[in-house]
Design a protein around this ligand. Sequence first.
Ligand code: ZN
Length: 296
Amino acid sequence: MREASLGQNRIAERYIVNGLSVDVEEYFQVGAFENTIDKGEWDGIASRVELNTGAVLDLFARCGVKATFFTLGWVAHRYPALIRRIIAEGHEIASHGWDHTRVFTMTPQQFGEDIDRARNALEDAGGVAIKGYRAPSFSIDQRTPWAHPMLAERGYAYSSSVAPIAHDHYGWRAAPRFAFHPVEGSSLIELPVTTVQLGERRFGAGGGGFFRILPYALSRWALRRVNQTDGQAAIFYFHPWEVDPDQPRVAGAPLKSQVRHYTQLGAMAGKLTRLTQDFSWCRIDEIALPLAAGRL
Ligand SMILES: [Zn+2]
């Protein structure tokens, strides 16, 4: 009887179900390499996204968890069978935009075209309605006050596009740390990526390099703190390329980007397995839809 031996803290943790997500993109489509590889070259580069996302799906099946796959329209258009497999295995498909263009680099019109094109590709491939959106590199911030209203207008139920921190690549320091309604009079819910607050300081603790590069115990501590001290569900994310130690190396990228991208890839599968054992997880829509419906 595993539950009986967990102790009070562990049992309390299990009452909070956290949101698990995967941002589905190629290893060469990440922000870290955007100045090294031109988008026009993408079709000529060896693809790893089906292989890597397949490995993630296998891991989730072994661990018995369901998640949301925020997927680029670019990927859905080329690999529709992958989209169908994700859905067939009980996961949620949501949008990560068309080609990983960050929201604050677009005009409102370009943003509208990007998200519509992505949604059409995902819905064509999967045959299901898309309800959720995650901005590439959490790029909805104080520069894009039109973005949430445009998602609300288009009938999205939720967004998970804000990093309420100050980071060198992204972040909206003044945003709330937990679920909020970003548009007056709309049920749209924003679920920011998880942070941990220590006095005046706030750290990104919902995945990314924090999870992959630093020791697992630090992530476990941060997520427990969110569940127990804040009493909130965590929103966690990672990428398929993070479980692929054999991916081709991108030449000519800045050293800092290379260090961030390639460190500890081999340890990810083990860390993710522990994460699924230590916490309870669900799809992001399972957290967002009750909140959007006002059932707190
Ligand atoms: Zn991404």
